[in-house]
Design a protein. Structure first.
Length: 207
């Protein structure tokens, strides 16, 4: 039986990594075999590309170059990691995936959605998540949280207007794809947010 593919999305500092870990732990406690991973990254090759994407100054890459780098990493990640796990019946929980590309390189940097979707389909064999959980916070609130986690990366250094566009794009995407995507209010405590996430995941659990 094919496993379930769940992705976490949202702007900076919304708590994706924390919630992905809490969900993975909750699923494992119920006997479900879970692979927890991230993008860009997840394989040796993809992690090497991640360093190119997140390090340096904001102007290091334009939207086209970023999209190509992200999808090169994703192609390796899907081929070597995500798809084999799903085919083996494992659940995959991924911190960022295609919706981040549509938000950051699309709404953020002006790449046409139709082009980004075409690149994604080619890179992944048209692999989309079964469920996408969008953690929602105003951009300035997320930045206040992100500032406590360490040195900023390239995207942290990008201007406020860029991140406002990214957050708005995630909200719009969730509105337009209600079957796959769920908007989760991320302003509350981690436990409260985790409970809201769990309610969305329960329908996917085996009977």
């Amino acid at each position: 039986m094919k496993g379930q593919f769940i992705t976490f999305e949202g702007g900076e500092g919304v708590g994706k990594s924390t919630q992905a870990t809490l969900l993975a732990e909750a699923l494992r406690a119920r006997g479900i075999d879970v692979l927890q991973t991230r993008e860009p990254g997840g394989t040796l090759g993809a992690e090497a590309i991640r360093a190119l994407i997140v390090e340096g100054e904001p102007e290091r890459w334009d939207g086209v170059a970023e999209a190509m780098l992200v999808n090169a990493a994703r192609a390796d990640h899907v081929t070597r990691c995500i798809r084999p796990a799903l085919d083996a019946g494992r659940w995959v929980i991924c911190d960022r995936y295609v919706d981040s590309t549509l938000a950051y390189q699309g709404a953020g940097k002006g790449m046409p959605t139709v082009d980004l979707v075409a690149i994604h389909r080619f890179a992944t064999g048209d692999l989309w998540p079964d469920l996408t959980l969008v953690l929602d916070l105003p951009a300035h609130v997320g930045f206040e949280r992100a500032a406590r986690r360490g040195a900023p990366d390239r995207f942290d250094k990008t201007g406020d207007a860029f991140h406002d566009r990214v957050v708005a794009a995630f909200r719009t995407a969730a509105d337009q794809a209600p079957v796959r995507m769920r908007l989760i209010d991320a302003k509350d405590s981690p436990d409260t947010v985790a409970s809201a996430i769990w309610r969305e995941v329960v329908p996917l659990l085996p009977c």
